[in-house]
Design a protein around this ligand. Sequence first.
Ligand code: GLN
Ligand code: ZN
Length: 757
Amino acid sequence: MAITASIGFPRMGPRRELKRMVEQFWQGKIEEDELMARAAELRRLRWQVQKDHGVTWMVANDFSFYDHVLDAACLFQVVPDRFQGLAANSLQQYFAMARGTQDATALEMTKWFDTNYHYLVPELKPDQVFTLGVNKPLNEYLEAKALGFDTVPQLIGPITFLKLSKVVGAKADALALLPSLIPAYQAWLASLHEAGVAWVQLDEPALVLDLSDAERQAFVDAYAALAKADRPNILVATYFGSLGDNLATALELPVEGLHLDLVRGSDALRHVHALGWPKGRRLSLGVIDGRNVWRADLDTAFAHLEQGVHLAGAEHVMVAPSCSLLHVPWDVELETDMDPEIRSWLAFALQKLDEMELLRRALDEGRQACEAELEANRSLLASRRGSARLNREDVRARLEDAKTWDLNRQSPHAVRKEKQQARFNLPLLPTTTIGSFPQTQAVRDARAKWRKGEWSADQYEAYLRGEIKRWIDLQEEIGLDVLVHGEFERTDMVEYFGEMLDGFVFTKHGWVQSYGSRCVKPPIIFGDVARPEAMTVRWSTYAQSLTDKPVKGMLTGPVTILQWSFVRDDIPRAETCRQIALAIRDEVLDLEAAGIGMIQIDEPALREGLPLRRAEWQAYLDWAVECFRIASSGVRDETQIHTHMCYAEFHDIMPAIQAMDADVISIETSRSHMELLRAFEDFRYENDIGPGVYDIHSPRVPSVEEMVQLLRRAAEVIRPEQLWVNPDCGLKTRGEPETVAALRNMVSAAQEMRASL
Ligand code: GLN
Ligand code: ZN
C-alpha cells in the first residue's frame, strides 16, 4: 500500500490557537503550565486531523513555539553567550533568543528560502561545540505515541542547518563546523533508534540551491557519517525547486528515502530515470502544491505517481505535498462568506490531504475505483479554466497592446530632474517620509466601527479626512519639504489595493505563519486583474488641496502585490504581474491628471522575488523591471516618480534598480550605517536616493547630531545633489509623540547639513 505523507503541517491551528496562547504567555496572562497544556492539545489536534484525513506519514517536531530553525539550534545547544544568563533550556531563554530582551538583541531573522516565512539565524562561534540538549523531536514522538499516533520525527538536516547559520566573531564558513556538528546528529539519531523510532525525516531544502563542489561534497561526507550511526531509516526531504545539478549527489546519499518537489520540478522523474533510482529506496513524490491554494490537477499528479511506481515500485512510493503544508492555510471550509464558485477551486491544508488520500486510493485500488472523483476533479478544473470570471478579453487586449508601448519616460533622468526642479523648487537634501503615519488605536477603532456598521461610510471618511488634515498641518509645522497623506485608510499595503481590484478574493481565516506568532492573510488572485475605478485619488487630492507643498501619491507596486499574494497557477506569474502593472499605471495617470506631481510606487518585495537559482535571476528581473516601467513610464517629465525598497542586499541587482528609472528611490538603511549606499556608489547610480537616516523600530528619538553624522557619511558616498532625507519605512507602527519629535530632529539635521555644504 502506498503511503500518504504530510511532510509538515500548519502550526497555528484552525483559529490561530498557537498565536493566542503564545501571546497570552508573553503578556503574563497565562502561566507556563497552561501554555504547555494548550500546546499539547494543539499538537494532538494536528495529528488527529491528519490521521482523520488519511495521512500515514505524520511528522513529529513540526510544531514550534516560534521557529523550527531556532528549535534545531536549541536541540544542539547553540545558544549565544548573551543568553547564557537565562536558565538553560528554559522557555524564557528560548523566547529571549527569538525576541530579544532589554540587554540582549534577538537572533537575526530572515526569509526561509523564497517563502514569506522567516526563520531565526543560528549564531555559531568559530569553535562552536554542539551537544544534544532537550530532545524535543523525541519527546514529541513519544507524546504522539502515547496518544496512539505513529509519527516520524522531523529535523532540519545538517547541511541546510549550517548553510542557514552564520559564524560570528570571525570570517569563517559555517560548513567548516560540519565535523563538530555530525557527532551531535549521530547522537540524536542514536537516541531515536534506541526509543524504537523507525524513520526520521531530515529536511535538506539546500539541495535545490546553487551549490559549490565543496558543498556537494559536504552532503556526501555528512550523510556517509550519519549512515554509520545506530539509527532509524532516514528520508531526506528536498523542496522549493528541482535538484538540477545536485540530483546525482542526492541519489548518492546512503539514506533510505528521498522526497522530491514535483510541482516546482515537474521533470524531476525524467532526470531520476536517466540516473537510475537506487533499488529499495523510498520515493516521496511531492505532487500536491504546498505553496499555493488551488485544487490540484489530479490526472497530472497521478501520472507522476505512476512514473514513480515504475521507478521505485509501488511499495516504496509516498504521495506527498511538494513541501511542508506550513505555507498554506488550514481549511477552506471555514470560508463560509466566500463566493462558493471561487471557494470550490481552492484547497487549503485539509483539502490537500484529501487530494493525497484520493491519489493513494487510485494507486492502490486502481484508477477505475476512483473514476467518479477523478472525473469530478476534471470538470471542476474545466469549469475554472472556462470561467468568465477568470478570463477578461478587455484585459488581454490591453496587455497585447502594451507589448507595443515604449516603456521609456519621455526624457532621460537628467532632463527630467531639471524640469522637476523648476516645478517643485526643492532645497538641496529635500526632506520627506516613506508614506505611512502612526496607525493609532483611535484609527483602528474608527475602522472597526465602520466595519461593524456602527459608523456610516461618510462618518468613517470624515474621520480619515480629519486625520489627513491634522497630519498635513503637522508636517508643514515640522518643516518637511514633501508631504504624504499618511495612509490611514490602509490596514495593509497589499490588501488595500487587492480589495479594490478585480480578480482578487480575500479569506477570513486564511492565515499563514510569517514569523513567531505573526501571521499574514495573503489575498488570492484568481482571475485577470483590472481596476474598476480610481483607488487613491480622492485621498491624495484632498491632502494636496490643504497645502502648497507637494504631496506624494502613494501606491504599492505590481511586483509587491504579486509577491505577497497567492497567485494563479494557470498563467505565468509574469503575466499576472503585467496585469497588475496596467492597473497601477491607470492609477498613476489618474493621480497625475488630478494634479498630483509626485507619485511613489513602493516595491519592497522586488528583491525577495528573486528565484533561488541564479540562472533564473535575469528572466525574473527583466519582467519585474518591465512591470515597474509599465506602471510608471506613462507620466510627463515634470511628474516625479518615487519608489521605495526595504533593507536588502542591493549589489547584485543594481542594473535592475537603475533600469527601473525612478526619479527618486528611498531605501531602508539606517541599521547598516549607510553601508548599503556602497552598492549605489559602486554602480554609479544616477538618479536620486533617500537613505533612511533613522531606524523606526524603536520609540527612541534620534538626536540631530547622529542624523547629521549619517548624512555626512551618505554625502561621502553619494553626491549631495542626489540625496534626499527621510526616515526608514514603517512609521505606521510608531506612536505619534516620538514620530513628531524624531521628524523635527530630522528636519534640523537636514538644515544643518545644507548649511555645511
Ligand atoms: N509606504 C509604506 C509605508 O510607509 C511602505 C511600507 C514598506 O516599506 N514595506 O508604510
Ligand atoms: Zn520599507
